[in-house]
Design a protein around this ligand. Structure first.
Ligand SMILES: [Zn+2]
Length: 83
């Protein structure tokens, strides 16, 4: 099995250095799958890795924890991740 990786959209390259260095894509994928299964209003901030309340297709939303505009809804996160 190959490790999941993040397909960071190229038009957001200027924000790539804000992605948390502690990011664990396996763990992130698990969390995203749970959100997708429960189909809730949920996403994750890629800067601080906190859960966020947002639309599934949210992109670049401001994070309530760290203030970075790095909150992505689970639909978007799923699109960014491949197994
Ligand atoms: Zn954050």
């Amino acid at each position: 099995m190959t490790m999941p990786r993040l397909l960071w959209p190229s038009y957001l390259d200027h924000m790539a250095d804000k992605i948390s260095k502690d990011i664990d894509l396996d763990e992130l994928l698990d969390r995203v799958m749970v959100m997708a299964r429960e189909d809730e209003m949920a996403g994750i901030c890629l800067a601080c890795l906190e859960d966020a309340y947002c639309e599934p297709d949210a992109e670049c939303y401001a994070c309530e924890s760290c203030g970075a505009r790095m909150v992505y809804g689970f639909d978007n996160l799923l699109l960014m991740m491949v197994a």
